[in-house]
Write a protein of this length. Structure first.
Length: 52
């Protein structure tokens, strides 16, 4: 059974169309739309090199 606390840190692209990209989490096996991952990122992930 997948871990509900999985952060989906390791993914691979499995499908892409004009509107979306779909990835599979390599840790729990869940299929996600790539846009869902951006909403789940913790603090610090939205930084660019200019923020350094």
């Amino acid at each position: 059974m997948p871990d509900p606390a999985c952060r989906h840190a390791r993914t691979r692209l499995i499908a892409r169309d004009d509107d979306a990209q779909y990835v599979e989490c390599l840790d729990c096996g869940k299929i996600l739309e790539a846009g869902e991952l951006k909403n789940n990122e913790g603090p610090g992930f939205g930084e660019s090199l200019s923020d350094a």
